[in-house]
Design a protein. Structure first.
Length: 268
C-alpha cells in the first residue's frame, strides 16, 4: 500500500512535483537525468510514515545540517529522469528521514531509490530556510537553455547585471522575481563548496544561477519555485529574440522599474 493512500496532503505535494517534472521535460530543461527536486514534507508526515522502518543503510550527507534533525523530504532519485518522475513519482523518487546527528539520513519509502546526487546542496538550502523560519518548503534545480547560455558571457556574471537586464524585458519579471537572480561562479556539481555558495546567495535571492550549469530556486511550494524560473526564462527569450532580430533591446528604464517596485511594494 502506498504511503499516499491515507495522506491527501502528501499526495497533493507529490502530484505537484510530478506536474513540475513534466513541465521541465517538455521545456527541454531536463535532459536525460538532469535537474533535481526536493520538498520538505515534514509538516504533512503522519504517524504511519514516522513508524516506517528504513529500507536503506544509513547514508552520509557530507555536511552537518543542525536545523534538519528529524525532518522528512521527498526527493527525485539520482539517475532518474524527469519525464519518468512525472509519470511515476513514487517509483522515481524517495522519502528520506534526517537522523539525529543531522549529518546522515535513511530512506523510508517507497522504493530503494537513492536521492539526487546534489543532495548536499538541496539539503543545505532547506537547512538555511528552516533556520531562518521561512515558510519555503521546495527547492528546484533545472537547466533552462536560455539562462545557462547567458552565463557563458562574462559580462552577465557581475553582480546584479543579469537581474537588471531580465527585469527590464517585461514588467512581470520585476513583479514575480523581485529579489532578482544571484550568480555563483562555476563550482564542481554535487560539491559541498557549491552547496555553501548557494546558501550564501539565498540570503539575498530566491533564484540562483550556477555558472554554465543551471538554476536553483526556492519557494513555498514546487509550483511557485518553477514559476520564478519560468518567468526569468521568458525574459531571457525576449532578450535573445530581439538580438536575433538584429537590435539591442532597449528594456524598461530604471525609473519605470522603480515605479513597479513602489506600486507593488516589491523588495530590492
Amino acid at each position: 500500500m502506498s504511503i499516499l493512500n491515507n495522506n491527501p496532503a502528501l499526495a497533493k505535494q507529490v502530484a505537484e512535483v510530478a506536474e513540475v517534472a513534466g513541465y521541465l521535460w517538455q521545456k527541454g530543461w531536463a535532459e536525460r537525468n538532469g535537474g533535481n527536486i526536493t520538498v520538505n514534507i515534514t509538516d504533512v508526515v503522519n504517524d504511519e510514515i514516522r513508524a516506517l522502518k528504513p529500507i536503506s543503510d544509513v547514508m552520509q550527507i557530507g555536511t552537518t545540517l543542525p536545523h534538519l534533525k528529524g525532518c522528512y523530504f521527498f526527493c527525485k532519485g539520482t539517475n532518474k529522469r524527469m519525464r519518468d518522475l512525472a509519470r511515476f513519482p513514487m517509483d522515481n523518487g524517495s522519502v528520506i528521514r534526517i537522523l539525529d546527528d543531522c549529518a546522515s539520513y535513511e530512506i523510508v519509502a517507497e522504493q530503494l531509490v537513492l536521492p539526487t546526487s546534489e543532495l548536499p546542496a538541496h539539503l543545505s538550502m532547506h537547512n538555511y530556510l528552516v533556520g531562518i523560519g521561512s515558510n519555503y518548503k521546495a527547492a528546484l534545480h533545472t537547466h533552462p537553455i536560455d539562462l545557462v547560455a547567458m552565463t557563458h558571457n562574462p559580462a552577465f556574471l557581475k553582480k546584479d547585471v543579469l537581474s537588471k537586464l531580465l527585469w527590464s524585458m517585461i514588467p512581470e519579471t520585476r513583479a514575480f522575481c523581485p529579489k532578482g537572480l544571484g550568480i555563483i561562479p562555476y563550482k564542481l556539481p554535487s560539491s559541498v563548496e557549491l552547496a555553501e555558495a548557494t546558501v550564501k546567495e539565498l540570503e539575498t535571492y530566491d533564484v540562483v544561477m550556477w555558472e554554465k550549469h543551471g538554476v536553483c530556486s526556492v519557494s513555498e511550494n514546487i509550483l511557485e519555485a518553477f514559476d520564478m524560473v519560468d518567468t526569468l526564462s521568458k525574459s531571457a527569450q525576449i532578450y535573445m529574440t530581439a538580438k536575433n532580430m538584429g537590435f539591442e533591446p532597449t528594456g524598461m528604464a530604471d525609473h519605470l522599474m522603480h515605479e513597479l517596485k513602489v506600486a507593488f511594494n516589491l523588495p530590492g
